[in-house]
Design a protein around this ligand. Structure first.
Ligand code: PLP
Length: 369
C-alpha cells in the first residue's frame, strides 16, 4: 500500500519543481571538455603518483576498513595521516572523518547543545548549518563577512558559550573571510572560532597550508577538493580531539573510511606542498578572468580567489551561458537559487588549464550572455 501522506507530499514537491524549472539531473561530465567546475584545483585526482599511492594503499591495507575505528576499523595509517596533517598545518592534533559533511555535522553537533549560541556567516556551507541545527544550539546568522554585524550580535548575546563559524574561502563567491578580525573578535568575546578551510587548503597559503591559522580553535580541511581524494580532518587541541573521538556520531557510528585513502593522502600532501608554481598560475589566471568578466560588462561579485563567479541576471541566462560554454568545450555549471541568491556561472580554476585553453576560454567569453 502506498503511503498516501507521502504521495501527497511528493506531488507537492514535484509540482513546485516543475513550476520553477529547477529539476536537477545527474550528468556524466562531457567527454573532452575542459574542467572549470570541479574542486580538483591541483588536478591531483588524476596525478599518476596519487593513483599509484591509492593502488598501493589497497594492496597494503585491503579494500575496506571493516568497522568503525573504535571497533576494528582503525589502522596505523590513520594515525600517520593525522600526524602528518597536523604537522603540515601547525595544529596540535587532527582527527580523520569520511568527508567534510560528516566532519562538520559530527563536530558541531557533538560540541554544542542548547546552552550554546552559534554565530554563523549567512553564506556558510550547508554542512556547517546542518551541524548547528542538529546540535540544538541557538543560531545567530551574521551578514556575510560583516564583522560589525557579528560584533553587534556577540555584544548582545547573553550566552557564555559562543562559537563563531565561518568558511575561509566561500565556495560560491570565492571571497575570503577576514581571519585576523575573526580571531580578534573570538578572543575579545570569549568565543570559540570554527573555520572550514575546505576551499583554501592546497590552493592558498605557503606550501598550500590554506587560510585558517592556528588561531582558530577548530579547523576543518577536506581531502576531496585540492587534495584529489575524499575525506576530511578536524584540527584541534588534544582534549577536543579526544572528546570528538567519543562524541562525534559520524566518527563513532560509521564504518571507518578506506585505509587506502589515508595512505594515498600522505602522498597528496607531499605533492600539494610542492605545487607553489601551480598555485601562482591559478591565482594569476583568476585575476585575468575577473578582468575579462568586467570588460564584458558583468560582475564577478566578491571573488578574490580561484573561484570566480560570473553573475547573471536570471536563471535562464545562467543556464544558457553554461550551455554555450559547454558547447565550446568548457565544462562550467550554472548555479541558481536557492543555492545562491543571484544566478551565476561558477568558474573554479585548476592547475590543468594551460595557456592555450585559458586564452580560448577568454575568447569564448566574448559577447557571452
Ligand atoms: C565549505 C565546504 N565544507 C564542507 C564541504 C563538504 O565536504 P565533502 O564534500 O568532503 O563532504 C563542502 C563541499 O563539498 C564545502 O564546500
Amino acid at each position: 500500500m502506498p503511503n498516501k501522506a507521502t504521495d501527497q507530499d511528493l506531488d507537492t514537491f514535484f509540482e513546485k519543481l516543475n513550476s520553477t524549472n529547477r529539476e536537477r539531473e545527474l550528468l556524466v561530465p562531457p567527454m573532452g571538455a575542459v574542467d572549470l567546475c570541479s574542486n580538483d584545483y591541483l588536478c591531483l585526482s588524476k596525478h599518476p603518483e596519487l593513483i599509484h599511492a591509492l593502488h598501493e594503499g589497497i594492496e597494503l591495507c585491503g579494500a575496506g576498513s571493516t568497522a568503525s575505528r573504535l571497533v576494528r576499523g582503525h589502522r596505523a595509517v590513520f594515525d600517520s595521516i593525522e600526524k602528518k596533517t597536523a604537522a603540515w598545518l601547525n595544529a596540535p592534533t587532527a582527527l580523520f572523518f569520511a568527508n567534510g559533511y560528516a566532519a562538520n555535522v559530527g563536530t558541531l553537533s557533538a560540541l554544542c547543545d542548547a546552552s550554546y549560541e552559534c554565530f554563523v556567516d549567512r553564506l556558510a556551507h550547508a554542512s556547517l548549518v546542518d551541524g548547528v541545527r542538529l546540535s540544538g544550539a541557538k543560531k545567530s546568522y551574521f551578514r556575510h563577512n560583516d564583522m560589525e554585524h557579528l560584533e553587534s550580535l556577540l555584544k548582545k548575546s547573553k550566552s557564555t558559550r559562543k562559537v563563531i563559524i565561518t568558511e575561509s574561502i566561500f565556495s560560491m563567491d570565492g571571497d575570503r573571510a577576514p581571519m585576523e578580525t575573526l580571531e580578534d573578535l573570538a578572543a575579545r568575546h570569549e568565543s570559540l572560532l570554527y573555520v572550514d578551510d575546505a576551499h583554501a587548503v592546497g590552493v592558498c597559503g605557503d606550501e598550500g597550508r590554506g587560510l585558517s591559522s592556528s588561531g582558530a580553535d577548530l579547523r576543518v580541511i577536506t581531502l576531496g577538493k585540492a587534495l584529489g581524494l575524499e575525506g576530511a580532518l578536524v584540527l584541534s587541541n588534544e582534549r577536543l580531539r579526544r572528546f570528538l573521538l567519543h562524541q562525534a556520531r559520524p566518527f563513532v557510528f560509521s564504518t571507518a573510511p578506506l585505509p587506502a585513502i589515508a595512505h594515498a593522502a600522505l602522498t597528496a600532501i607531499d605533492l600539494a606542498r610542492r605545487m607553489d608554481a601551480e598555485r601562482t598560475q591559478i591565482q594569476n589566471q583568476a585575476q585575468i578572468l575577473r578582468e575579462k568578466i568586467k570588460s564584458e560588462g558583468y560582475s564577478s561579485g566578491l571573488s578574490t580567489t580561484h573561484i570566480v563567479p560570473l553573475i547573471l541576471e536570471d536563471e535562464k541566462a545562467a543556464l544558457d551561458c553554461a550551455e554555450t560554454l559547454t558547447q565550446k568545450g568548457f565544462h562550467v555549471k550554472a548555479i541558481r537559487p536557492p543555492t545562491v541568491k543571484e544566478s551565476r556561472l561558477r568558474f573554479s580554476l585548476n592547475a590543468g588549464l594551460d595557456d592555450a585553453q585559458f586564452t580560448a576560454l577568454l575568447r569564448a567569453l566574448e559577447g557571452i550572455g
